[in-house]
Structure formats: C-alpha cells, structure tokens
Design a protein around this ligand. Structure first.
Ligand code: BGC
Length: 812
C-alpha cells in the first residue's frame, strides 16, 4: 500500500468516526499514554519524563533508569557530540522502558538565577541552548524514539507558573526565548513540542497564537503540540488554538464540553481533525521507530564521562588540582553533599536511578586501600528525616523486602525492593493489594537517640524489633499530586540505638485507594551534635588529612520544580563550615553540588573550587576522576554566576498583578551583565583547565550561506585537554539597541599536549540578525567585530584586541 492510498484510507476512516470518538483521541489515556484507535491505525503512544533519563510510564521505582547529568551539567560541556551521544543512550533507555517519546529537553533560558528549574534548562544563552538541544534531539530520534522540547515558550520561572502572564516584546521573544525552539525545530525536527503552563502577552501558551505561528507555520513544525500536564485551561480557547493533545487525560475540558462546542458551531470539526492528523503523524513515527533495533548498552561509562565533561574548575590556586600523581595519602571528605549527594534535581525531572555512586565510594574505588578517606557531616541542610543511605538498610541482599497485603492483611506477594522509597501507580501494585509492608535491617553508624519513621500520605505504622514507634493516618490528604509526591509529612518516633548493631524496622502502609499513585519511604534521623560541634568535628577531620574536600550544595527544599528560590545562599551553616575547613587545611577543595548559581563568599580563599552541578548516577566516580586527574574537568559555565543575588540583572521572578515583564529585553545573561556594575563572580564561559591553550590566529571565511571563524589553537600545557572556542561578536555601529557583545558561535577540539590545530567554528547568520516587528529578520549592513575569548568577561577586551576580525555582513 502506498503512502498516498494509506492517507486516503485514513482520511476515509477519519471522516466516518463519530465526533465523541474523535474528541476522545485528542486527550490522553491516563498520565503517560495517548489513546489508540484501530480504525485509524493509530497506536497508543507512551511518553515519559526525562530529560536526564527515562522514568518510565509505570510509576514504579523498581524500574530503574540511567541518570545522566542535569541540563546545566550537560550544557557546561559545550559539546554537541556529547549531547548527541547522551540522546542516543536515552533512546536505548526509552526502549528498555517501553517508552516512545521522552519529554525533554527543557530549553527555557536562565533569565534569573532564582528560577527553580534552572538546573533542568541549559543556559542563559539562546545559541548554546539551541545547538545543544538540537544535538540531543538528533541523538534520540536517530534511533526511532521521539523527543519533546519544552516548555514552549517563556517558562523561565515557577512562581504562579499556571497563572502568570509573561510580557515580552516581539524582538525579545524572537532573539532570545523562541530562538532555541526555532533552532531545534528547524535542525532536529522533534516529534513533539510541549506548550507551557504560563501565558505570553495575554494568552496561556496552550491557547496562544505562537503555537500556530511561528512554530507550525514559519518553522514548519510537523509534529504534535502537547499541553504541559493539566495546562489546558479552557474548552474552546485551547481547542481553537494549535495545541493538539491535552495531557494527562481524559481531560474534562476536552470531553463532553468540547463535543458540545463542536455541535453548536463554536469549534469547527475540522479543527479536531487537524489535531488528529498531527497525532497520526506521530503515530506513524512511533510505529516505524518501534521497528528500529536499538542495541542495549551500558550507560555507566557515558554517564561518568558526561559528569566530568561538565564539571567546571572555577578556582585552582597554586595548581592544587589534580591531586595526583603526587598524593594524597589521606582525604577528609566533609559536608552534607558528601553524605547526601544530589545526582539530579527535584520534580518531574527526577528518575529512579539504576544506582548511584556516592563521592566516598568513588574516591575509595579509585584510591584503593592505601589512602584513608574519612567522611564528616559538618552541617545539616534541614531538620527532619532523611532517606537511608546506601548500605544502611539491607534485607536478603536488597535494601528492603516488600510484602504486598490485601485488605484483610493476607500476604499476596513478596519481593525484594530496590529502593527504600516506593512510588507506585495503580498498575504498579499486585492485583487486590491494599497495603504494603517494607521490612529491613537498619544498622546505625552512631549510638544514641535516633528518629525512625516514614514519609508518605496514607495510614502507616512503624515498628522496631516488633515494637510500635510511630503511626499516623493522612489518607484524607491524598487528593493532590504535588502533595503526594513532595509534600508528605514526616512521621517518626525516638529509638535508642547502638552503633553497628542492626535492628529490624518494619513499616506497614495503607495508601488512599482512590488516588492515582502513592509514594512512601522509610526515613531516619541520627542524633545530631550542635552546629558548633559539627563544625569542630569537621575541622578536626580536615586537620588530620592531607587534603580536605568539602562538598556543599542545595537541597530539594530550595532547588526543585514547582517553586522559585528566595535566596542564593547555601542552606544551613554550609558557608561557616567551608570557611572553618579552609582555615584548618590550606589544601581545601570545595565541591559545589547545585544545579544553578549559589553564593560562595569563600571562593577566593579555597585552594580550588569545583562545580559538579547535579552530575547523575556516576557522581562519585566522575568526581574521583577529576580530583585525581584521571580526567580533566571539561566544563565552562553555561550561565553567568553572580557574587551575590543582588548583583544579578534580574532579581525577582514574582509576577505583579499577575504579570511578569521581561523588561531587560534581549539583554539577558552576560548581555545584561555587560551593561552594569558590579561584575559577576564568574562570567558565562569561564572554566579553568588542567592544561593551557593559546590562540595564535583568528580569521573569517565564507561558509555555506554564512561565515565561519578559523582559530589556530595550541595546547601549550603538559597534558591533553579540550579547548572550548567561544567566538563573541559586537556591532558598534548598529542602528538598533544591541548588547555590547554576544556569543556568535562555539566549538570544541581535543588536543594532545603540544598539539596545534585549526578549528573552524560556524557563525550562523542568525547570530548577527535582529528582529524587526515590521520586516522580520534583518541582517544589518554594518561592520561586525568578532574575536575569540576565554569567557564573556574577556570578550570586550578581545574584540578590541589584536586577534579581532571584521565582517561586513555580506553573504557570498
Ligand atoms: C512539567 C513537565 C513534565 C510534566 C509531566 C509538568 O509539571 O512541567 O516538564 O514533563 O509535568 O511530568
């Protein structure tokens, strides 16, 4: 059957489908699936978050996923080929999880450092974001799995995200916030795009004209536009707009009300048909993709390499790093992020990692028995229970045993539990189960009064060696997904424990039967010292070791989806801890485990500062690789890092009277920093290396329909390394209000010690154009200055320096 006859058949089938059935097709069938229709040959399409792995559609922590670095960590590599490889590995993960489309990448921009989801987005820069996203999407889709760039568009903050109306000039939209979407749509042709929760210039994105133009029209997007989850807010407004699929579903506003709206002529039936045709295109891609073979492969080595490739060396006084080959004989690993490392950010972007390598394990793997590695808490990020750490809970070789019980308490099934926190959707529990018992042997590392309990919305009872210690019933709070996933209370009781002596902990938990999913996890809290005593213990450990590695960071309570940050300070007494450890040991390396900027008042006092972001499941191994010098820290900042929040160009994400105005226009990120004082702590593009590079020549040449730069670069150091070329532009004679300088192109090259190469960096014409509301894109006949610089802070000097070149905007 030819494609044309297939189309005719499908068109015929579509024309005979009852209206009710058609309307049912354009909203989801549950949380992660669309509805199939045999008459149309339309398969059920399974989608899943993403973007650091593939969580799967079953809502079941027993199905693990690779956990790659979060968006900022990936973007810090500035490496398109790495992002493409990540995409390909994600396709393998999707196939393993029986998923057709991964809900990512997240390509909103870093407008303010306060935005809660910056960790998930790539950068403040539209070109870096768009090019890396295009590589990621190309990688996934090359293996027959779809990608879904999100959130279209201007979803740069979480505050009131479903209600806010963002106000942006057309030029700002085009040159900044739409630009990554245009890049990825034109260059990587994603199968889906997700319409954001927020509004733009008066209309929610699921009802916004931008979905039709430029997305579907001018840019030629031929995939399906899916609403963000529960982002369809009206019946006719959204149905008349170009949004094709309401998720999850069935969506009530697109149910009987929409059938009625079509019947009474408010929405033409042809609009519904148009949406279904988009879903049919998606369905064909999915069907073809399912026939494409994907060889399963181990994600570990790539996750490890990616984490190191994005690690940014911010400071390295006296070249303290790498620690090898000379030493060290002992390392004091200190700080909350050493013991409770964050491999990924919170919210929908979280996956259930196959495993995680904690920092101490990574160092011990690399160093072997001969080097002493101690761990010390130093500070706490929050009160309350924490999840048990790897190794604290064991039962028959697994962390916990799960016994599924029916309503009468009879055991239906017993299984080994992979994690101590369970997340289960309706289909994720054995038939007839009404409760679960988690059972484990817990071995404390300290003697004293512990709190033992759980976190979860439901009816729970915890026993220790058969004696009840805590119970609560919160089943009446199960109506709200966010509350179930992240807002559950701690329930715990005190128990006297002896270090090294295991106890049997059991939690019997009955979930609220009528809700779509439940989450429950064991929780523990050790006896704490006073904050002064914690710091004193850390100081002692630092003094006794050759090198101190202090690991600090954010917590899920301050950096996650669903809310914005209120401060960039490290939570708890972490700043005091770092200062005290630096004072105790001059060889102190500070490791920052955060997805986005934090204030670092001690940054000039530390021997070295490494930024590891949320580095994924291979965190410990990658950190050891970088610290010891097996691998270089390959990262450069994808976003400018303020010294203090107050210095940043945009210091609030709170709407006023429902509106958030992007008043800085196109001057976001380094473009904004360029026109103000004081300078940031670290500029966009900053990142030190274990080797050194020198650029000796820079020239321009016509390339295709544009221009490219050629840099002659030499590795002048003693070890191999990655050079990241950043080419900045300025247009001093421009007639329009342009940034003082901006990133016009980038590229990377791997060079052995002493090696030289000519690196060609494409400078897309779009890097020079501006958007005019009347005429569209304009390539101004003006003289553009171009120069390579090691970060945006060096750009102004480089553009006035000896290597600068000029381009008159003429296209050969
Ligand atoms: C997020 C999306 C995500 C969706 C499904 C929403 O809350 O904004 O990024 O894909 O949930 O989990």
């Amino acid at each position: 059957m030819t494609a044309t006859s297939l189309d005719a058949d499908v068109e015929h089938a579509l024309s005979t489908l009852p209206l009710e059935d058609k309307v049912a097709l354009i909203s989801g069938d549950g949380l992660w699936s669309t509805r199939a229709d045999a008459r149309l040959g339309l398969p059920r399409v399974i989608v899943s978050d993403g973007p650091v792995g593939v969580r799967g559609h079953r809502e079941n922590e027993q199905h693990g996923s690779a956990n790659f670095p979060s968006g900022t960590g990936l973007a810090a590599s500035w490496d398109r080929s790495l992002l493409e490889r990540i995409g390909r590995q994600l396709a393998a993960e999707a196939r393993r999880a029986e998923v057709d489309v991964v809900l990512g990448p997240t390509i909103n921009l870093h407008r303010s450092p306060l935005a809660g989801r910056n960790f998930e987005c790539y950068s403040e820069d539209p070109l870096l974001t768009g090019d890396l996203a295009a590589a990621y999407v190309t990688g996934i889709q090359s293996l027959g799995i779809g990608a879904c760039p999100k959130h279209f568009v201007a979803n740069e903050a979480e505050t009131d995200r479903t209600k806010v109306n963002n106000v942006l000039a057309a030029r700002t939209l085009r040159e900044a916030y739409l630009a990554p979407f245009e890049n990825v749509v034109r260059n990587a042709r994603p199968w889906m795009v997700m319409a954001a929760y927020n509004g733009v210039n008066g209309a929610p994105m699921t009802e916004n004209a931008l979905v039709a133009e430029p997305l579907k029209g001018e840019w030629g997007f031929d995939g399906a536009v899916v609403s963000d989850w529960h982002a369809v807010y009206s019946t006719t407004g959204s149905a008349l707009a170009a949004t094709d699929l309401a998720m999850p579903g069935p969506e009530k506003l697109w149910g009987a009300a929409l059938v009625e709206a079509v019947r009474c002529g408010q929405v033409a039936e042809a609009e519904i048909d148009r949406k279904i045709r988009r879903l049919l295109t998606l369905g064909r891609r999915v069907t073809a993709g399912r026939n494409q073979a994907i060889n399963p492969s181990d994600a570990g080595p790539l996750a490890r390499a990616a984490a190191a490739a994005g690690t940014v060396l911010l400071e390295n006084r006296d070249g303290v790093l790498p620690l090898r080959p000379a030493g060290p004989t002992s390392i004091a690993l200190i700080g909350p992020a050493a013991l409770e490392p964050r491999t990924q950010g919170g919210g929908s972007a979280s996956v259930y990692p196959d495993y995680t390598v904690p920092p101490a394990a990574g160092l011990r793997n690399a160093l072997g028995e001969g080097v002493r590695v101690t761990t010390t808490q130093g500070a706490w990020l929050a009160d309350g229970l924490r999840e048990p750490r790897p190794g604290e809970c064991t039962f028959d070789g697994a962390p916990v045993q799960l016994r599924w019980l029916d309503a009468a308490g009879a055991v239906l099934e017993t299984q080994a539990g992979r994690l101590t926190t369970l997340t289960r959707g309706r289909t994720g529990v054995p038939a007839g189960a009404a409760a679960v018992e988690l059972s484990t042997l817990f071995t404390p590392h300290l003697s004293g009064s512990w709190q033992l309990g759980y976190k979860g919305i439901g009816l729970g009872e915890v026993t220790v060696d058969g004696v009840p210690v805590a119970t609560a019933d919160s089943r009446d709070r199960a109506g709200n997904l966010e509350e179930v996933l992240i807002g559950a209370p701690d329930v715990s009781g005190p128990v006297e424990l002896t270090a090294g002596t295991a106890i049997h902990v059991a939690l019997r938990f009955t979930w609220a039967g009528d809700f779509m999913l439940f989450r429950v996890g064991l929780g523990v809290a050790e006896p704490r010292l006073s904050q002064d005593a914690e710091i004193a213990a850390a100081v002692q450990a630092a003094r006794e070791a050759e090198v101190a590695v202090v690991m600090v960071g954010t917590s899920g309570a301050v950096e996650s989806e669903g809310f914005d940050r209120t401060s960039l300070r490290l939570p708890g007494a972490q700043d005091e801890l770092v200062a005290a450890v630096i004072a105790a040991n001059p060889r102190t390396v500070v490791v920052v485990n955060a997805g986005a900027p934090v204030e670092m008042p001690w940054r000039h006092d530390a021997a070295a500062v490494l930024l590891v972001w949320f580095p994924g499941m291979e965190m410990g191994n990658a950190l050891a690789d970088v610290l010891l010098g097996a691998v270089e820290p390959g990262g450069h900042l994808p976003t400018t890092w303020p010294a203090v929040l107050a210095d940043a160009p945009v210091t609030t994400t709170a709407p006023r009277d429902g509106e958030l105005a992007y008043t800085e226009g196109v001057h976001l990120g380094h473009r904004g920093w360029a026109r103000q004082e004081p300078a940031p702590a670290y500029w966009f593009g900053h990142g030190l290396s274990y080797t050194t590079f020198a650029v000796s020549a820079f020239s321009l040449r016509h390339a295709g329909a544009g221009v490219s730069a050629v840099l002659t670069v030499k590795n002048t150091g003693t070890r191999a390394g990655k050079y990241v070329a950043q080419v900045y532009a300025s247009a001093p004679g421009s007639e329009v209000d342009r940034p003082a300088f901006w990133l016009a192109g980038f590229g990377t090259v791997q060079l052995a010690a002493g090696e030289s190469a000519d690196l060609e960096v494409l400078l897309p014409v779009r890097s020079f154009e501006y958007w005019d509301e009347e005429t569209g894109w304009v390539l101004e006949p003006t003289l553009f200055q171009l120069a390579p610089a090691s970060d945006a802070g060096q750009a102004a000097g480089a553009l006035a320096g000896p290597l600068a070149a000029h381009w008159d905007g003429a296209i050969a």
